[in-house]
Design a protein around this ligand. Structure first.
Ligand SMILES: [Zn+2]
Length: 372
C-alpha cells in the first residue's frame, strides 16, 4: 500500500485549500496579539483550535449563537480542532496527580473544583462539531515518547476503542444534522504505537477498518529534537493513499519539507507564534521570495530582533518576505519596540513568522507541481 496517490485539496465550509497546508495554533480561538485581519494578511488560510481548552473554558451559548468558531472570530479560512488527546498525554500521563484515564475517557482534576471533569471520546466529537471544525480529530490515548511497549499497547487498544465510539457519535450527529459526505467535516483517526512498528501497523489496520477520511500521526519520537522519520515513513507507507495524512504538532521547517515528501499533507505547530514572542524569527537565506531554495539544507536561519547591533539598522528583517513587518518597518524599529517592551514587537514578529510559514507551504506546493 505505497502512498502514490496524495489528496490535492482540503475541503472546508468556505472553499478548498491546496495541500500541503500548515495550520498555526490558535489555541483559544486567537493567535496571541493578532486579530483576524492580521492573520489574513499573512496569507494564513487555516488555524487549529484546542478542543480541551475551549471545551473547558468557553461559553457554549455564544458559540451556538455565533454559529461556530469561524464566524465568532470572523475568520473565513479553514478551522481544524485537535481532539484533546494531547492533554491526556501532556497533563495526566506526565503527572498522575492531575487526573486519570480509563476506557470511558480522560478525567481531569480542575483547580479549585471538587471531583473530576471527564472528557469522553463522544464529548470530544460533539464539541468539535459545535465548534464548526472542518476536521474532527478523534480522542486518542497519547503515550509520552519513550514509553515501554506494554504501555504503548494499552494506549493503542484504548485509542482503537475510542475511535470506534467517536466514529459512531460522528455518524449519529451527521444523521441528526442531515450532513452528507459532501458537506460534513472530515473525521480523522490517530495512530498510536510509539516506536514499535508492529503496534503502529496494528493500530493502522484497525482504524482503516473503522473507516476514516485520514490519519493523524501522533506521539512521534524525537531524536535530538528532530522527528523520527523512520516511523513517519512507516506510517505513510502503510496507510491508504488518497487519504489525508496529518503530522500532529510537527512544525520545524525542515521536518515539514521532509514529511511532505513522504506524503504528509497537513501540519500544525505552536513554533512560529511562540518563537516570535520569544524573539526567534525565521528568515530565508535568500534576497527575494523567488530565490528561496527549500532544497538547500540551510535554506533559512534564525534572526534575533533585539540585538543591540540592529538598533541602528534600517534594512528589513528579511528581503525574501512581503509581510507588513518586512515591507513597512526596519530591523532598527523592531529592535526598538523589543527594547522598550511594547506589545507591538511580539505582534510584528508573529506576523513575520506566520508569513514565513505560508511562503514555505507555497514553495513546497510549487516544488510538488514541478516534480510532476
Ligand atoms: Zn516578513
Amino acid at each position: 500500500m505505497l502512498r502514490t496517490i496524495k489528496p490535492k485539496f482540503f475541503k472546508y465550509k468556505n472553499g478548498k485549500l491546496p495541500l500541503p497546508v500548515f495550520f498555526p495554533d490558535a489555541t483559544r480561538a486567537v493567535i496571541r496579539s493578532l486579530d483576524t485581519s492580521d492573520l489574513e494578511a499573512t496569507k494564513t488560510n487555516g488555524i487549529l483550535v484546542n478542543t480541551f481548552h475551549l471545551w473547558k473554558d468557553m461559553n457554549k451559548n455564544i458559540l451556538s449563537k455565533a454559529g461556530g468558531i469561524g464566524p465568532f472570530m470572523d475568520f473565513d479560512g479553514a478551522i481544524i480542532s485537535d481532539s484533546g488527546g494531547f492533554q491526556v498525554g501532556s497533563m495526566i500521563k506526565k503527572n498522575p496527580g492531575v487526573g486519570y484515564v480509563d476506557d470511558e475517557g480522560a478525567h481531569f482534576k480542575i483547580d479549585g473544583k471538587k471531583g473530576y471533569l471527564t472528557l469522553t471520546p463522544e464529548d470530544s466529537v460533539r464539541f468539535q462539531m459545535e465548534l464548526g471544525s472542518d476536521m474532527v480529530v478523534v480522542l486518542d490515548d497519547f503515550d509520552a515518547p519513550g514509553a515501554a511497549e506494554d504501555e504503548n499497547m494499552e494506549s493503542v487498544k484504548r485509542t482503537i476503542l475510542w475511535a470506534e465510539k467517536s466514529k459512531k457519535e460522528f455518524e449519529n450527529i451527521c444523521v441528526k444534522k442531515k450532513l452528507t459526505k459532501k458537506n460534513r467535516p472530515y473525521i480523522l483517526g490517530v495512530i498510536q504505537g510509539g516506536r514499535y512498528k508492529r503496534l503502529r501497523k496494528y493500530c493502522i489496520d484497525a482504524l482503516v477498518d473503522l473507516g476514516f477520511d485520514g490519519f493523524g500521526y501522533g506521539g512521534e519520537e524525537k531524536i535530538k529534537g528532530m522527528v523520527n522519520h523512520d516511523i513517519s515513513k512507516f506510517v505513510a507507507d502503510n496507510t491508504p493513499g488518497g487519504l489525508l495524512l496529518y503530522a500532529l504538532g510537527v512544525g520545524k521547517p525542515e521536518d515539514i519539507v521532509a514529511l511532505s515528501k513522504l506524503g504528509y499533507t497537513i501540519f500544525d505547530c505552536v513554533l512560529p507564534t511562540r518563537d516570535a514572542r520569544h524573539k526567534r524569527m525565521y528568515v530565508y537565506n535568500a534576497d527575494s521570495i523567488e530565490e528561496i531554495n527549500i532544497k538547500s539544507p540551510d535554506f533559512y536561519s534564525f534572526y534575533t530582533p533585539d540585538k543591540t547591533k540592529y538598533l541602528d539598522d534600517l534594512s528589513p528583517v528579511s528581503k525574501a518576505c512581503d509581510c507588513v513587518t518586512c515591507t513597512r518597518y526596519s530591523r532598527g524599529y523592531l529592535a526598538h519596540l523589543f527594547k522598550i517592551g511594547d506589545f507591538t514587537a511580539g505582534r510584528l514578529a508573529t506576523i513575520h513568522n506566520l508569513r514565513f510559514y505560508s511562503i514555505l507551504m507555497e514553495k513546497i506546493r510549487e516544488q510538488n507541481r514541478s516534480r510532476k
